[in-house]
Design a protein around this ligand. Structure first.
Ligand code: GAP
Length: 474
């Protein structure tokens, strides 16, 4: 079922260019920067946090507020460790790792084989990977010695201890997915939220994974956010609910302005399925350069795997009484899962563009522009008085307040420097509209609206602007 796609030839975005812009303009900084960083950790700056919030707010509005069959949850990151035993994560949430005996570097065996030998071994057993490694006798990527160990499974959950004494405290895990809390609270939600199968529980939150493989900027992180839904259905309706969710996930991508062209849906082979899944598709995105197609989102049919294991381990009855059919059963669960950070990353990659433009003196320069959809752009508009003169700035601030009141959106205000340079800055941070207040504004009570994408300009009365902006970002 994997879609066939032809890549767009004109893309100028590279991971390096986008990461550099993110640091330069305050979207994303390397974590612990002044201490030399910490691998696979990144911090969202003033613009990055706005992009991220817009993504999460839009997702919540789309899947919780606008629907009548999904309710929200915000659960603790720390849970009783028995949760992770029942879910299969203690035994099975691991990656195959090889170590270098000489320089002590550690690599993921499947990634090493894929990158160095071009063989996809996803879903293969450790023994099968070891057979491939033994035959290839690969050198260490760091020191070059052929001293790699066999692959061993390495659990990806971070552990910590509750209590003042490490040795006698309770060992707990930082959750590696938000999903489990929705199974654990399913019974309370059934009892209190007046929901009936089919219904969903949605959650957005931080999760943690001990990732070893280099991260590719914010693609693979040690701590990241997920937006997940566990959608409870009658077992015999799981297959059709799965198809409905494929369509819902495609619609979400269109809503945030991601073109179909770089997205494909890939069916997991039987050997690749997670321990809980009966069917999984990955929504893959075509990342630039050597990265190629990589997982963006996932959709799984988790069957009654989780509910039945939690029922067995906890001793609580988790069956659902279906009043229409007058019988009890364990619902099946369809799980659409969306990474927040990967969403931000592809939005930045999709939006990044460069074009040659002439300045006022005819000199050609490169305009860097982030063509973010107005729905997700950090600033929805920037107000630029042509000069820093009280008669202009007073009108500009009044307009600022009027737009704020109408839209509650984040608006930028910039009165310093030449107007061309101010436009370029707004282009580079993705502000869709610049509103220029000039001396004519004092007579005609109108401003010039400049469009970020084609740089076209139109004149509009100040009274009309707030409603016009509201419509553009709806
Ligand atoms: N509850 C199912 C689950 O957690 P997953 O495919 O392991 O499934 C879901 O993760 C999503 O979380 C992925 O599709 C991806 O968007 C995101 N994700 C997974 N690992 C990540 C990492 N190390 N860094 C950033 N995002 C990650």
């Amino acid at each position: 079922m994997t879609d066939v796609k032809t890549p767009r030839p004109t893309r100028v975005a590279t991971m390096e260019k986008v990461a550099a812009l993110c640091k330069r303009r305050g979207y994303v900084y390397p974590g612990s920067d002044i201490y030399g960083g910490l691998a696979n950790t990144w911090d969202y700056g003033p613009l990055g946090i706005e992009l991220k919030r817009n993504v999460k707010d839009l997702w919540w509005r789309t899947f919780v507020h606008r629907r009548r069959d999904i309710v929200g949850l915000d659960a603790s990151i720390l849970m009783n460790p028995r949760v992770w035993e029942a879910s299969g994560h203690v035994a099975g949430f691991s990656d195959p790792m090889v170590d270098c005996r000489t320089c002590k570097s550690r690599f993921r065996a499947d990634h090493l084989i894929e990158e160095r030998l071009g063989t996809n071994v996803e879903g293969k057993s450790t023994a099968e990977m070891n057979a491939v490694l033994a035959e290839a006798n690969l050198p260490c990527q760091v020191c070059g010695n052929r001293t790699l160990t066999e692959a061993r499974q390495f659990n990806m959950m971070f552990q910590t201890t509750i209590g003042p004494v490490t040795e006698s405290g309770l060992k707990v895990y930082l959750r590696p997915e938000t999903a489990q809390a929705m199974f654990i609270q399913y019974k309370n939600i059934l009892a209190t939220a007046r929901v009936k199968v089919p219904f969903g529980i949605a959650q957005i939150g931080k999760v943690f994974r001990n990732e070893i493989t280099p991260g590719n900027f914010i693609f693979r992180l040690l701590e990241f956010e997920q937006m997940e839904i566990e959608f409870f259905v009658k077992p015999d309706e799981a297959a059709s609910a799965f198809e409905t969710w494929v369509a819902e996930m495609r619609a979400w991508l269109r809503l945030i302005g991601v073109e179909d062209e770089y997205v494909r849906v890939r069916e997991h082979g039987k050997e690749e399925l997670s321990h809980y899944s009966d069917r999984t598709v990955d929504f893959e995105y075509l990342f630039p350069g050597a990265m190629g197609w990589k997982e963006l989102y996932g959709l799984a049919n988790r069957t009654d795997f989780d509910l039945s294991h939690h029922q067995e381990t906890s001793g609580e009855d988790l069956t659902y009484f279906d009043q229409v059919e007058n019988r009890r059963y364990l619902p099946y669960v369809i799980e659409p899962t969306f990474g927040v950070d990967r969403t931000c990353l592809i939005l930045l990659l999709e939006a990044y563009d460069e074009e040659e433009v002439a300045d006022v003196n005819g000199k050609v320069e490169t305009r860097v522009v982030l063509r973010l959809h107005p729905r997700v752009a950090p600033y929805k508009a920037a107000i630029l008085p042509l000069m820093k003169k009280p008669e202009l700035t007073e009108v500009a601030w009044r307009l600022f307040d009027a737009i704020q009141e109408k839209t509650a959106a984040l608006i930028d205000y910039d009165e310093t420097g030449n107007i061309g340079r101010r436009y370029r800055r707004q282009d580079e941070i993705g502000t869709p509209f610049c509103l220029t207040v000039d001396y004519d504004s004092l007579d005609d009570m109108a401003v010039t609206i400049r469009d970020r994408d084609d740089m076209s300009q139109q004149r509009m009365t100040i009274a009309e602007v707030p409603e016009w902006i509201r419509q553009q970002i709806a």
